[in-house]
Design a protein. Structure first.
Length: 151
């Protein structure tokens, strides 16, 4: 007599045929925390990933999308502005048109910020060299002080 036992327990390991990335792998490759990745999903910057055994699994292209988000943030873009960039496929020529639109809208703001920063730097350099006996006699608080205040 031959007795055969069949294991009915399923394994929870990754499917060798599944080439999608886990959230931990994406986080490591993109230098982002898993919570940031989940947040970007929640607000619509990243598409919802497929689920395998209840766990998020990402296409490798999400790493590039995270690089676009990171670069946009470093350039001073708001998440809504980045969303405009990501609203079309990166391979779509319209993506470059949207990039130009956002850049043309943002550039005057940045130029004004740089000009104001240079004015503030000059004022601070003068203040660092100030030898006035008191603030009421210091010319740094005359007309130039008005220019330092935001509109």
């Amino acid at each position: 007599m031959l007795v055969v036992k069949v294991g009915l327990m399923s394994t929870s390991g990754p499917d060798p045929g599944d080439c999608r990335l886990t959230i931990g792998e994406v986080a490591g490759l993109a230098h982002k925390s898993p919570s940031a990745i989940r947040y970007y999903e929640q607000i619509g910057l990243l598409p919802s990933p497929v689920r395998v055994n209840g766990r998020r699994r990402y296409d490798a292209g999400v790493v590039r999308t995270l690089a676009v988000i990171e670069t946009g943030q470093r350039a001073g873009l708001a998440l809504d502005e980045i969303r405009v960039l990501l609203s079309v496929s990166p391979d779509d020529p319209a993506a470059i048109d949207r990039l130009r639109e956002v850049a043309n809208r943002k550039l005057p703001e940045i130029v004004a910020l740089i000009e104001r920063s240079e004015l503030v730097r000059g004022w601070l350099e003068c203040a660092a060299r100030c030898e006035c006996p008191n603030l009421s006699q210091c010319p740094l608080f005359d007309d130039l002080g008005d220019q330092l205040l935001p509109d």
